[in-house]
Design a protein around this ligand. Structure first.
Ligand code: ATP
Length: 440
């Protein structure tokens, strides 16, 4: 097992503070006192979250010939959730503290009330985590709808549609990124566990005889994905669930865990779900959800391997892993060492002063880079302060336009991590940055 690196005990507060101060993540409805456990993504956060989802989509869909995407509805009829088992079993054990009356999820508190320390609780009762609502103007059972608690069911209910419209055959996958909702009993730790969140899920359909092999394949692939995007190996580990802890449908589940400030906890789960989902939906809907292998003249229900990740939770892990404090010119700076693919801005264009001639050239430099990179443009404060502001939000490159630029048609490119500066001709700038980000 890898050694547990010492973490700054204040890192969570520092990242939450940075996230708010610099426009990554705000408390939702803050001007009304906030709405518990919901968050809004600000100008920088929306870029970063989008980058996390794009990085996932690129790896899981764009770079593969055997995966296609969908975007299914968030509202669903009870029939879907009856078939999936969510109506019956998507519950957490809810207990009330007899002393302070606070409600807790029993399996998360080790028998002691985190608020008042009491050990006296009511009997646990099963609390369903789905948000129930009403579709249309009529009340009553016929109008009941649920907000999806996971994106996965959209892939199962569309299995036959995707099969017939794309002519894919197992092994192949259907991917989806989108919002999910769970009425969590104890949402906590910033965006780690919220009631509204985003997921990135793949349902990979395989011949039953290949299920184990693909399960191992996806565990490796998903573990590598986080490392490739900059999370150090010592902050990641795999945790295979013991057979007796598996959900009723699962033939095997392994979590990718991240070392959060409170310890190791789930980042993503990879499960071998067998043929549970397709069989359930087939039985409940009366539609055949099978694959007919013409070559073998054989009809079968594919098994499903599911890598299920949280986009918002992953963004939090990327922020925590990237946050560093170091010393530059005798001063402490905070810097987000984000992979350029995840950084809210990849390039900041900084005219040394507000003089119109510098702003004119800077606007031209900005226009050349914008089609290829998400760029910030900042003319306020001293150049040193502006570098610090960009370091703090993880911008990998600052491009400074100074008075020499007017003479030599060159700019200074500063690297976030090393703080080294190089002089580059404006005409070579795009190529330089594309090479620096391994795109050329
Ligand atoms: P837990 O046991 O922690 O409640 P889970 O094992 O039920 O979570 P899954 O159903 O496997 O979680 O969901 C897949 C992924 O979706 C999780 O690994 C996580 O990244 C993300 N996720 C699940 N619930 C939440 C939530 N309430 N807030 C943010 N992300 C979530």
């Amino acid at each position: 097992m890898p050694e547990t690196p010492a973490l700054d005990p204040d890192i969570l507060d520092k990242v939450i503070n940075l996230a708010k101060r610099r426009g990554f993540i705000f408390q939702s409805a803050e001007i009304y006192g906030g709405f518990r456990s919901t968050y809004d993504y600000g100008p920088l956060g929306v870029n970063m979250l989008r980058n996390v989802k794009n990085a996932w989509w690129r790896t899981m869909v764009q770079m593969r010939h055997d995966v296609v995407g969908i975007d299914a509805a968030i509202l669903g009829p009870p029939a879907v959730w009856a078939a999936s088992g969510h109506l019956e079993t998507f519950t957490d054990p809810l207990v009330d503290c007899r002393k302070c009356k606070e409600r807790w999820r029993e399996d998360k508190i080790d028998g002691v009330c985190p608020k008042c320390g009491s050990t006296e609780f009511t009997e646990a009762r099963a609390f369903n985590l789905m948000f129930k609502t009403q579709a249309g103007p009529v009340e009553g059972e016929g109008a009941t709808a649920y907000l999806r608690p996971e994106t996965a069911q959209g892939m199962f209910t569309n299995f036959a549609n995707v099969l017939s419209s794309t002519r894919k055959k197992p092994p192949f996958g259907i991917a989806q990124v989108g919002k999910s909702f769970r009425n969590e009993i104890t949402p906590q730790n910033f965006v780690f566990r919220t009631r509204e969140f985003e997921q990135m899920e793949l349902e990979f359909f395989v011949p039953p005889s290949e299920a184990d092999e693909w399960y191992r394949y996806w565990i490796d692939a998903r573990f590598s994905w986080y490392q490739d995007l900059g999370i150090p190996a010592e902050m990641l580990r795999l945790h295979e669930h013991a057979k007796e802890d598996l959900s009723h449908y699962s033939k095997g589940t392994t979590d990718v865990e991240f070392l959060y400030p409170w310890g190791w906890d789930e980042l993503e789960g990879i499960a071998n779900r067998g043929d549970y989902d397709l069989t359930q939906h087939s039985t409940h809907s009366g539609q055949k959800l099978e694959y007919f292998d013409q070559a073998a003249n054989e009809r079968y229900t594919p098994y499903v391997i599911e890598p299920a990740a949280g986009a918002t939770r992953a963004m939090m892990a990327f922020l925590l892993a990237a946050y560093h404090e170091d010393e530059v010119d005798g001063e402490t700076r905070s810097v987000l060492r984000l992979d350029w693919r995840l950084a809210p801005y990849q390039v900041a264009v900084l005219p040394l002063s507000k003089k119109p001639e510098l702003e004119g050239v800077s606007a031209d430099v900005l226009a050349r880079l914008q089609p290829y990179f998400m760029c910030d443009y900042d003319v306020t404060q001293s150049i040193g302060k502006r570098y610090r502001r960009q370091d703090e939000v993880g911008t990998p490159f600052c491009v400074t336009v100074d008075f020499d630029t007017l003479e030599d048609q060159s700019v200074t490119v500063r690297d976030r991590d090393t703080t080294t500066q190089v002089r580059v001709k404006i005409d070579d700038l795009l190529t330089h940055l594309r090479q620096a980000t391994n795109q050329a």
